[in-house]
Design a protein around this ligand. Sequence first.
Ligand SMILES: [Zn+2]
Length: 104
Amino acid sequence: MPTLTKKQQDRKKSYLENRDEQIKNSIEYHKKNRDTILEKQKLKIECECGSIVRKHEISKHRKRQKHIDYVNKHTQQADNKKTEKEQVKKLLVEALELLQKLST
Ligand SMILES: [Zn+2]
């Protein structure tokens, strides 16, 4: 085991000293805010797919088929729009080249 520097030793000591205190504080916090925490967990939010989901269940919900289908459809639409734009751009460039050819 590598020997610790004085600084590291101090840090380790203060960590160990504070650890119990911090754990106690954390438990205290949860006890005090139990209702708020539970209330927050019950809070329902609207997902981008339109589903109403409990906030703490959103990560679980995002793995559901319904949500995945929506995301797939949505990204496809965005892709289509992108290619549409690119096609228009390409057409414009071609038209411009044609105009230049005609004017010379
Ligand atoms: Zn969703």
